[in-house]
Design a protein around this ligand. Structure first.
Ligand code: FAD
Ligand code: DLZ
Length: 507
C-alpha cells in the first residue's frame, strides 16, 4: 500500500495535517514545481523564486527527517506542467493506492484537487488546513446570520479564544484596540533599523537562475532577493523583528517615507503564508516582548490584531464568500488597469514610490497597498478583477485566500461592503498627512484644478460624484458628500472636467 501525499508550495509546515495522517513507511510526498502555477498570473520573479527555493529546502528537510520525497523540478523532462498532471503521473509511477492531501489556499486549486479521484481512480482524502487559529466552519457559523461582519467583533472572540493579551476575560490594559495611538507621522531625521537579510545559498542561486531564464518577461527584479526560505531563517527574521522593530510598530504603522521600504513592518507575511512560521508562535513572540517590557502595548496589540484579527478574518471571509468573489464588481468599474502599475513612468511620487518598491522587492507595506495603489486603482475606475490579478501577481505573500478579500473587498469595495463599511477613498490631503511624498512631487497637493493640481484631488471628488446614487446613503460618507455639495456648481464642473481630462490621458 502506497499513499501519495501531494504537498503544495504554501504547505511547508512539518506539522501539516497530511503528514500527521500518514506514516513514513507507506507514504511518498509529492512536491511539484509546475509552469501552470508560475504563469496563471504573471508572478513577480522573486515570488516564483521564493516558492521554488522554500519548496526545495523543505523537501531536503523532509528527506532528512526520514520521508520519501518525489520532488519534481520545473525543468524535469516529464513535467506535465500542472498539479493534476503531476499527481496522475506520480500515482502511476509509485503504484499509489490512495491520495491524502491538504486543501489548497485557493478555490481554483481546491477545484483541481477535487478532480484527482476521478483522474487517478484512487480514493482521495482532502484534509482541512488546520494551520489557522479559526477553522473555516467556525468563521462561517459566526458570519452566517450577520448583516455586517465587523472585524473588531471577530477579533475579540479570537482574543478570548487564544487568551492572547488577556487578563482573565478582559483585555490587558483595559482596551481591546489601541489604533487611536497608532497614527503618528515620522519625525524628521528618524532612523529605522533595517531588517535582517538572507544571502541566497546554492539552492536559491540555482532557482534564481532558473526563474531568470524561464520567466524573463515577468514584471519585477530578482536583484537583492533576500527572503527567508527555511524555517530556521524565518525564525531569525521573527526574532529580528521582535528585537528591533516591534516596539515602534504601532506608532508608524500607517506612515510612508520616501526611500524607506520597511519602516517598522515585520516583513513576515511571505514566511507565514508559506507555512514556515505559525500565526500563534508569531503572536506569542510579540506578547512575550510586551510582558518582558521591551515593546509597549499599543505596538504589540496592533501587531497581534493584524495576525489574529485581520489575517484570520480575511481567510474566513474568502471561503465564506464563495468562488465567485473575485468576479464581484459592485461599482461597475471597467477601465483597464493603468500601465503605471506595470512600471510605466508617472509623475505622481506616491505611486512611483509604491510601484518601484513592488518592482524591487515583490513587497509594499499595507498603507501603500491600500491607500496609494488600491485607492488610485479604485478612483480611476479600474476593473477590480484586473486589479486583483495584479496584486496576486506582484506580491511575494499573495495567495488568493488572503489577497482577494484585501483587494476585492477592502481596497476596491467591489463586494459592495461585505468586508469594508465604506470605500477606502482618499485625495491628496491624506497622502500628504501620512507621507513625505508630496514635497518632492511635481504636482501641488493643495490644488484641485489646473495643470499642477494633484490628480488625486479631482479623482477623489469625481469618484464620489460618479457613485453618488450608490454611496451617498452610507452614513460613514456623509461628511464627504456634504463637502462635495458645498462646492458651487461651476467648481464641481471644473473638478469633474479635470478628472475627465486625466482619465482620458491615462487611457
Ligand atoms: P506587518 O505590517 O508587519 O503586519 C504583520 C502581519 O499581519 C503580516 O505579516 C500579515 O500576516 C498580517 N496582516 C496585516 N494586515 C493584514 C490584512 N489586511 N490581511 C491579512 N493579513 C494581514 N497580505 C498578504 O499576506 N498577502 C496578500 O496578498 C495581501 N494583499 C493585500 C492587498 C491589499 C490591497 C491590501 C490593502 C493588503 C494586502 N495584504 C496582504 C495585507 C497586508 O498589506 C500585508 O499582510 C502586509 O503588508 C505584509 O507585510 P508585513 O509582513 O511587513 O506586515
Ligand atoms: C505561487 C506558486 C508558484 C509560483 N508555483 C508553485 C509551484 O510550482 N508549485 C506549488 O506547489 N505551488 C506553487 N505556487 C502556489 C500555488 O499557486 C497556490 O497558491 C497554492 O497551491 C495554494 O495552496
Amino acid at each position: 500500500m502506497t499513499t501519495l501525499v501531494p504537498l503544495l508550495g504554501d504547505q511547508l509546515s512539518h506539522d501539516l495535517a497530511s503528514l500527521k495522517a500518514v506514516t513514513q513507511a507507506d507514504a511518498v510526498i509529492l512536491m511539484m514545481e509546475v509552469v501552470d502555477e508560475a504563469t496563471y498570473v504573471p508572478h513577480h520573479p522573486q515570488k516564483i523564486a521564493l516558492f521554488f527555493s522554500a519548496m526545495r529546502h523543505f523537501a531536503e528537510e523532509l528527506r532528512a527527517a526520514g520521508w520519501r520525497v518525489d520532488y519534481i523540478p520545473l525543468d524535469h523532462p516529464e513535467n506535465s506542467g500542472s498539479f493534476t498532471g503531476e499527481v496522475a503521473r506520480a500515482a502511476g509511477a509509485h503504484a499509489a493506492t490512495r491520495i491524502v492531501t491538504v486543501a489548497g489556499g485557493e478555490w481554483r486549486v481546491l477545484d483541481a484537487q477535487q478532480t484527482w479521484g476521478e483522474v487517478t481512480g484512487l480514493p482521495v482524502t482532502i484534509l482541512d488546513d488546520d494551520r489557522f487559529l479559526c477553522p473555516i466552519s467556525q468563521f462561517a457559523a459566526w458570519a452566517k446570520d450577520r448583516k455586517r461582519m465587523v472585524m473588531e467583533d471577530f477579533y475579540r472572540i479570537m482574543r478570548r479564544q487564544t487568551g492572547l493579551l488577556m487578563d482573565g476575560d478582559q483585555p490587558i490594559g483595559g482596551q481591546w484596540n489601541y489604533d487611536a495611538d497608532n497614527r503618528k507621522s515620522v519625525p524628521k531625521g528618524h532612523r529605522f533599523t533595517p531588517p535582517v537579510r538572507f544571502t541566497p545559498d546554492a539552492i536559491t542561486a540555482e532557482v534564481i537562475a532558473l526563474v531568470q531564464a524561464r520567466f524573463p518577461d515577468h514584471f519585477g527584479s530578482l536583484d537583492g532577493f533576500s527572503w527567508p526560505v527555511t524555517r530556521q531563517q524565518a525564525l531569525a527574521a521573527l526574532d529580528d523583528f521582535v528585537r528591533h522593530r516591534l516596539a515602534g510598530f504601532g506608532d508608524y504603522q500607517d506612515a510612508m517615507v520616501t526611500g524607506e521600504d520597511v519602516l517598522n513592518h515585520s516583513l513576515l507575511s511571505p514566511a507565514l503564508n508559506l507555512g514556515l512560521l505559525s500565526p500563534l508562535e508569531i503572536c506569542r513572540a510579540a506578547e512575550a516582548a510586551f510582558h518582558a517590557g521591551t515593546a509597549p502595548l499599543n505596538a504589540v496589540e496592533g501587531f497581534i490584531r493584524q495576525i489574529l484579527g485581520w489575517r484570520e478574518y480575511v481567510r474566513g471571509l474568502y471561503w465564506f464568500a464563495g468562488p465567485d468573489y473575485t468576479s464581484r464588481n459592485h461599482l461597475a468599474a471597467h477601465r483597464p488597469l493603468p500601465a503605471l502599475f506595470w512600471g510605466a513612468p508617472t509623475d505622481m511620487r506616491c505611486l512611483a514610490e509604491a510601484v518601484d518598491a513592488t518592482r524591487r522587492n515583490a513587497m509594499a507595506h499595507h498603507i501603500q497597498r491600500l491607500m496609494i495603489l488600491g485607492n488610485f486603482a479604485m478612483l480611476v475606475g479600474s476593473d477590480p478583477h484586473e486589479v486583483h490579478r495584479w496584486y496576486l501577481s506582484v506580491y511575494a505573500d499573495a495567495i488568493e485566500w488572503v489577497e482577494a478579500p484585501n483587494v476585492i473587498g477592502m481596497s476596491q469595495f467591489a463586494d459592495g461592503g461585505l468586508m469594508a463599511t465604506k470605500p477606502y477613498a482618499a485625495g491628496g490631503a491624506y497622502v500628504n498627512r501620512m507621507s513625505d511624498h508630496c514635497k518632492a512631487c511635481r504636482y501641488d497637493v493643495k490644488q484641485r484644478t489646473g495643470p499642477n493640481a494633484c490628480p488625486l484631488n479631482s479623482l477623489y471628488w469625481d469618484f464620489l460624484a460618479r457613485h453618488e446614487a450608490q454611496l451617498s446613503n452610507n452614513q460613514r460618507l456623509w461628511r464627504m458628500y456634504d463637502g462635495w455639495r458645498r462646492f458651487a456648481p461651476d467648481e464641481q464642473a471644473r473638478i469633474r472636467d479635470q478628472a475627465a481630462s486625466f482619465l482620458a490621458a491615462l487611457a
